[in-house]
Every structure is written in C-alpha cells, then in structure tokens.
Design a protein around this ligand. Sequence first.
Ligand SMILES: [Mg+2]
Length: 301
Amino acid sequence: MHPSIRRFSPVALIASIALLALCSCASPKPVQHDQALAVVWMQRSAEYRAACEQAFASASAALPRAIADTTWSACIEQRGDAALASKSPAVVVDVDETMLDNSAFAARQIEQGAGFDAVAWADWVKERRATAIPGALAFAKAAVSLGVRVVYLTNRRCDSGDAQKPSSEESDTRANLRSLGFPIDERDGFDVVLTKGERGSGSDKASRRTIVAERFRIVQLVGDNLGDFAADTDPQKDDDAARYALQCKEVEARRAAIVTEHSAWWGTRWILIPNPSYGGFETVVRGQHGTLRAGLRTDRN
Ligand SMILES: [Mg+2]
C-alpha cells in the first residue's frame, strides 16, 4: 500500500470517496445545443461588446456626412427618388439583436434543450425585459441630436394584424424600448415602430422600407440579418427536399453577392451588428445539409 494511503483513516477514506461521488453528480452536463457557444459569446465576451460598439461608432461617425449629402440614401428601394433632397433624414434600425438583446431568452431555451418556440418567444416579449445592445442607445441618441428620426423595423408582430391571434407584441416592444431610453418620436403622427403585419406587410422588410422612404431620406440601415438591408433573401418553402436544398444553395450565393455588390456601403450606409446565434445564414445551411454540423466545411477550397 502506498504510504500516503496508509496515513488515511478508514473513516476519512470513506468520507473522501463520498465527497468525490457528490462532486461528480453535481458537475453540470456539457451543453449540447447549436446556439450555446454563440450565446455565451454574446453574453460574456469582451469581443462581442467591442464588435457592437465598433459598429455603432462607425454609424455615428458617418451620420454628419450622410445628412449633409442630400443625394445620400442607404435604401435600395429608394433609388431614383426625385424628391430625395427634400426629405428629412431617418435611420431604419432592426430591433432584435440590433437594438434589443434577447440573449436571456435564448439562454433559457438552451437550458431547456429547446429550439425556437413561438409561444415561449411571445411570453418573453410580454416580459419586456430585453436589454440594450452595447452602443445602440448612444447611437440612437446621437441620431436624434443631429435631427435624424429613428424608425424601428421589426418582424415582431403588430397588435392588430390577426384577429384570430391577438398580440400585444407591438405595444410591449414600444414599452421595452421606451423603458431603456430609446427615442420614439411620433409627434407628426408617423408610426416609427413598424411591425410585421402592419399595412398588410409580411416578414419581408422591403415593403416597410418603402413606407419609410415615402416620407424620409433613409440615410442608414442597421441590422443583424441581410434581410434588414436588401430584399428578402430567405428560401421559399418547398416539400421537395432536393429542390429546397438547391434553392438554399442559390440563396447562399445570392446573399454573398449582395455583400460584395455593396462593399462600399458597409460601415457607412449599412451597419451590421454581429449575431452568430440565429438568422438567415442558419436557414440556408440547414436547408442544404439538414443540420449545421453537416454543413461544416473541412476543406475551404
Ligand atoms: Mg434582428
């Protein structure tokens, strides 16, 4: 017997074994969830905070030039607008994971081993406990101080869109934004919180950007998903798996092309807020490969 073991009394030895057993039971199981690392990065890393602050600082820095140049628009749907110079400036911002941080909701779903759930999401929105994305509030206030209207364009549901499914998401969102100090300036009657279903809109944001463009010169778009900048890029549902996979592949190529075509706009007209936890990228990868893991590339050529 090893001398160090001989020095242990039998009682101490049993107590030690029991303690070890207790420790191994209490240690948490590793989290197996597609979103876990992304959400931890968003909640805990200094880098995520820096990336958001950097994006909003770029947006603020570009605003004076964007305001002064009356030919400047960030909106594809506003191209050819003859009345552009006469319109007052506005920034169009997405809400979720752009101005509001819902990572606490994501963390709850991860803890429960659940995916996105519409009922759980609706309950979360009702709580009105989303916090501000780092840098978002300072940017919104900077825009207001320069006379720029902030318009929120979100796929949270409008309160009156569906009589069969009454919602309070629009009013809950307004209350959540207001409680954090975000500006909601509607003194001329223009609705600055444009939700899904309002004025017959769907989840494609292009038609709601057009509504804003009729009244304002849209100097910046801020979002976490490509659909916040360009026409809806999501694949259309298709029961034929092979056809759907092909469509997703085409959408992936088109998404990349949109980024390349507008390379001069990123950081000035188009401001991207990082969101690795969900979005259009996920839809196209799952659509082609079934799972995210199967979509990994072990060779980049
Ligand atoms: Mg978003």
